[in-house]
Design a protein around this ligand. Sequence first.
Ligand code: DOR
Length: 437
Amino acid sequence: MSREREAVNSWLIKNASVLGRRNADIAITDGVITAVGEGLDAPEGAEILDASGLVALPGLVDLHTHLREPGREDAETVESGSRAAALGGYTAVCAMANTSPVADTAGVVEQVWRLGRDAGLVDVQPIGAVTVGLAGEQMAELGAMADSAAKVRIFSDDGFCVADPKMMRRALEYVKAFGGVIAQHAEEPRLTGGAQMHEGEYSARLGLAGWPAVAEEAIIARDCLLTGHVDSRLHVCHVSTAGSVEILRWAKSKGWRVTAEVCPHHLLLTDERAATYDPVNKVNPPLRTDADIEALRAGLAEGVIDAVATDHAPHAAEDKECEWAAARPGMLGLQTALSIVVKTMVEPGLLDWDGVAERMSRTPARIAGLEGHGLDPAPGVPANLTLIDPNASWTVVPNELASLSRNTPYSAMTFPATVRATFLRGEATVLDGKATK
Ligand code: DOR
């Protein structure tokens, strides 16, 4: 079967729903879509895939993935994370810089980029660190990373905030030279030292130190002002509070070039989960309240929040199966993101499938500047596609996920929508819901 698949360079995907058109066929040859329409003839030697009842979307693009390589290959590798991504419907992921060593040089970003290319399951676009070692003190070699084979355009100290306003200003100014963007992990560290969860009713009840919403909101407001001041580009990572949505709405009304992402877990789960004391629910920024969820969903529907990003954060068992205070923050996200967006946004009528394409593919591809991704199926477009069964459901079994780690908070939960196939430049990376390599 795999021998045959390697030889397949033409496909005819039949009877899919493509951007509101029912029963559309998609013909692919040599990695490129050659035709979209009803009753197409199969290209010569094409494999035919019956997509009746399936929705075809441009391949999903994740702006925020932790792949852990180099350094923590026990938790995830570029290859295992890429496989999880393909299974989740993704054709491109942006790999965060908080590896070991940190991706703060051309050498490390090129290494990650090459590993992604060798795995060949999704396009892996490295994100470069803003400061050396994520330490916040000295600016990293942003220009060298931008000029490298990895062509870095997004820079982030994610995991840490670029807390020094002068450093943030300089970085925002610097990336203008090559059309870059600073992706900020918005957390004022002087308000969150020792914090374990959202500051609110549950933190008081559980006796865990709180991470107040204002620690996020103060940095977002500051950075929007700085971005407007120097006329650069800011992307706000994992927005988690209602107040942040208000600030972003205000910043956008000024015409400043600010974009933002929300994570699936912040659209679904609340701080009540901390009452389990199960560290699988510990994440940074923390799970917040029902009111925050409502504002985040509305903000995403409205476009104040531009994109959904996973913050896929695999952690080895010893970093998660321990007491809450000692556990690292973060949860798996790549294979559950689409289903959670369907559950929280599509089912309640806040987004339709075109909206899903916008928030999970077109817009993130545009923010990351990824050529060939986030494009609607049309002749001449690279065949980066995902086929989704909107009527199927599935139950999360941690051991069955492709990640090397098991830290999913969704164990035993049942979600709508499954990914049936994913194509990266015409090559099937997922078929029948299974990875092809
Ligand atoms: O929960 C998180 N985990 N938030 C971050 O900002 C970093 C991430 C990680 O690297 O594990």
